[in-house]
Design a binder for this molecule. Structure first.
Ligand code: ZN
Ligand code: ZN
Ligand code: ZN
Length: 257
């Protein structure tokens, strides 16, 4: 099983348009961040986590030619605006593309992109989705996917835990402020945690670096990666302050599981 960070930035991207702060003008390629998204591959197929506004460039950069399913964390625009880029993946499929999300997320997608969810015949060039609402753990072949409900402002949002025989278990939570206790139980015992760490200062809907580190400590996860990063953090400065078991993620980083 292999996980790739397609994007690791917060909603506005890094660099920010028109900003000349040290991170935005940094020559470190790790400070060039597209909107948060992930790609998980294994014997079960190729799974895209969120389809944000940078999906096209991410897919070209990582040479992705296939998506067998999309998992949605929530319907904020930085996670769904690449919907139309799913067309290129749909053209190479014989069946509709399964989109897994909470009932609310899938309803929001159908409202935003009604032409793809109509009951009438869809034009062959469009995205052909197959909405798959989840209400608890589900499987794609031998991959067990456990949605983890978390608090992220007023939008019900999910992270995901991935368990596959013979592979390390991975938890991905890109947008979170607090994790309810039932959800903490779902994360315990996992090997790798990918978690939201927007910036140093506190924020109303995202974890700060301190809050993310505290979660990793509480959960006793042996390895963690910080994602959904804003331009207020630069990779080199933050990396120097992190414990060995915690790294700041960057676009293109690949984890062999
Ligand atoms: Zn986001
Ligand atoms: Zn900046
Ligand atoms: Zn969000």
């Amino acid at each position: 099983m292999r996980f790739r960070f397609l994007g690791t930035s917060t909603s506005v991207g890094v660099p920010v348009i028109g900003c000349d702060c040290p991170t935005c003008v940094s020559s470190d390629p790790r400070d060039d961040r597209s909107r948060s998204s992930g790609y998980l591959e294994g014997p079960f197929g190729k799974i895209l986590i969120d389809a944000g506004p940078d999906l096209r460039q991410q897919a070209l950069r990582e040479k992705l030619s296939k998506v067998d399913a999309v998992l949605y964390t929530h319907s904020h625009l930085d996670h769904v605006m690449g919907f139309d880029e799913l067309r290129a993946f749909c053209w190479r499929r014989k069946s509709p593309l399964p989109l897994h999300g909470s009932p609310e997320t899938l309803k929001a997608l159908a409202t935003m992109f009604p032409w793809a969810f109509t009951k009438e015949k869809i034009s062959p060039g469009y995205v052909h989705p197959s909405a798959q609402p989840f209400d608890g753990p589900f499987k794609i072949k031998n991959l067990l996917i456990t949605p983890i409900e978390v608090c992220h402002g007023n939008v019900r949002t999910h992270g995901f835990r991935f368990d596959h025989p013979g592979a390390k278990s991975l938890v991905y939570i890109s947008d979170v402020k607090t994790i309810p206790s039932d959800s903490l139980d779902l994360i315990k015992g996992s090997d790798i945690l990918i978690i939201d760490a927007l910036r140093e200062k506190s924020h109303s809907t995202h974890m700060s670096v301190a809050e993310a580190l505290e979660s990793v400590e509480t959960l006793k996860v042996p390895r963690a990666y910080l994602t959904h990063i804003s331009h207020e953090l630069d990779c080199a400065t933050l990396s120097a302050t992190l414990p060995n078991s915690i790294s700041i993620a960057y676009d293109g980083l690949s984890l062999d599981l």
